[in-house]
Write a protein that binds this ligand. Structure first.
Ligand SMILES: [Zn+2]
Length: 212
């Protein structure tokens, strides 16, 4: 089973990817993780990648493609895999086909922008122990204070409402053509990313029935 997951930052696609990966015994491949792995292992590719990133550049599609074609040869990919965070544009989507062949399903988790802003702008973390909170959904016992170490909680810069909205705009602009591309191929599954995590998961699983 070959899947691609699409969803904006904060849509919960990482969680869903993990659940799908363990249910179907297929690998969860995040291109971001792959890049970090190459860098931390200090491979030739990793050295090249860190040079590019340190110079403020973007890692080219060729490099990501090369990494992906290596990754899918691994044993844990025998039954299939889930690509998370890739492809991000139509040219990557076209390139992907030459690497993996045809995909079975492309799952798009849809969440309204205001819900994402609510989810992300309410996040707080403890600078000392790293524990995460949410002002509404998972508040600390005392406002603004870590339950564990009593440190003052902070909001990451990336999580303020304006930054989140900007990221969402970029996401919609770049992803819309990718979604359309897969829709035309008839393999797109749009599903709501709002509600109970298990319900979202079950809905998707019922759509995947019969795919190997
Ligand atoms: Zn703490």
């Amino acid at each position: 089973m070959k899947l691609v997951l699409i969803g904006c930052p904060g849509a919960g696609k990482g969680t869903q990817a993990k659940m799908l990966s363990s249910k179907y015994g297929i690998a969860h491949i995040s291109t971001g993780d792959l890049l970090r792995e190459q860098i931390s292992k200090g491979t030739e590719l990793g050295k090249k990648v860190s040079e590019i990133i340190n110079a403020g550049g973007l890692v080219s599609d060729d490099i990501v493609s090369a990494m992906l074609s290596e990754r899918i040869k691994a044993d844990d990919c025998k039954k299939g895999y889930i690509l998370d965070g890739y492809p991000r544009n139509v040219s990557q989507a076209e390139g992907l086909e030459s690497i993996v062949g045809s995909l079975d399903k492309v799952i798009c988790y849809e969440v309204d922008d205001d819900v994402i802003v609510d989810r992300m702008s309410g996040r707080r973390s403890c600078p000392k122990c790293g524990r995460m909170y949410h002002v509404k959904y998972n508040p600390p016992k005392a406002e603004g204070i870590c339950d564990v170490c009593g440190d003052k909680l902070i909001q990451r810069k990336d999580d303020n409402a304006e930054t989140v909205l900007n990221r969402l705009n970029v996401y919609h602009k770049t992803t819309a053509p990718v979604i359309e591309y897969y829709d035309k191929k008839g393999i797109l599954l749009r599903t709501s990313g709002v509600g109970d995590i298990n319900d979202i998961f079950e809905t998707v699983c019922s759509e995947l029935e019969g795919i190997e």
